[in-house]
Design a protein around this ligand. Structure first.
Ligand code: IPE
Ligand code: IPE
Ligand code: MG
Length: 239
């Protein structure tokens, strides 16, 4: 934690957990072994986040574009996320973590995964120490499309006038209206892109990129990214 100002911890850190496939490839393993190795990275990061008092942590677990991957990898990721919830939810619950999901729950997500998601959210909904949000079957464009549909319905039923639509109305129609915008986005594995994550919410986030592949990421890497964030000068368009 050296170099971290504990009085200025960001409210919300979002993470694109990337590089599992390359991590496995470098070791002559299957891509899915890389996903498995990412579990320790995630829970070490969660431990660190709890230690420094982070209130909101959001992780990109499966994108609306990840369905394009080979069927066996997609199947693995569905089962992996289901097991992860089963194995970890009691511990997360004991430690005061509220677990939530953003993304399209229906459509292609298998029913048993959806069931675990619903159960885990119900189990942990009263917790307030930290909110851990999984972006799962999530796409930033899909979220904005869903918001547009929902707004259009309110206009059609007369409960919303078109000229009343502003930033706040749109934000209220996102998947998690109470979630503050991320102060900091971290992406691992040396890729410099957003890949359809939180398009609306990242408008003024500080971006930190690291070459570390996700399975090697640990809480020390989170603290480094936050230390870098603390050295930035955020202006929000002002001077
Ligand atoms: C991130 O690792 C995990 C998911 C997208 C589910 P990748 O699987 O994208 O790993 P690389 O980018 O191919 O190395
Ligand atoms: C973004 O990573 C999605 C997740 C981490 C779940 P990808 O590996 O899918 O992104 P691209 O394809 O490199 O842009
Ligand atoms: Mg990737």
């Amino acid at each position: 934690m050296a170099g971290l100002d504990l009085a200025r911890i960001p409210a919300h850190v979002a993470v694109v957990m990337d590089g599992n496939g390359r991590w496995a490839q470098q070791r002559g393993l299957k891509r899915t072994d890389g996903h498995a190795a990412g579990e320790e990275a995630l829970f070490d990061t969660v431990d660190g986040a709890l230690d420094i008092g982070l209130k909101w942590l959001t992780v990109f677990a499966f994108s609306t574009e990840n369905w394009r991957r080979p069927l066996d990898e997609v199947r693995y990721l569905m089962g992996f996320n289901e097991r992860l919830l089963l194995n970890r939810r009691d511990d997360l619950n004991r430690r005061g973590v509220r677990v939530r999901f953003i993304g399209r729950r229906h459509g292609r997500v298998p029913g048993r995964v959806r069931k675990r998601i619903d159960e885990t959210e119900a189990l942990t909904q009263g917790n307030r120490r930290m909110t851990l949000t999984f972006a799962f079957n999530y796409g930033g464009r899909a979220e904005l499309v869903d918001a547009a549909r929902s707004i259009a319905k309110s206009v059609a039923d007369g409960s919303l006038k078109p000229d009343k639509i502003d930033d706040r109305v749109l934000a209220r129609h996102l998947y998690a209206p109470d979630m503050p915008d991320p102060d900091l986005l971290v992406r691992t594995s040396g890729e410099f892109r957003i890949s359809n994550f939180l398009l609306w919410q990242l408008a003024y986030s500080e971006l930190v990129f690291t070459d570390v592949l996700w399975p090697d990421f640990r809480q020390a890497n989170l603290f480094e990214a936050i230390a870098e964030f603390q050295n930035r000068n955020r202006r929000f368009g002002s001077v």
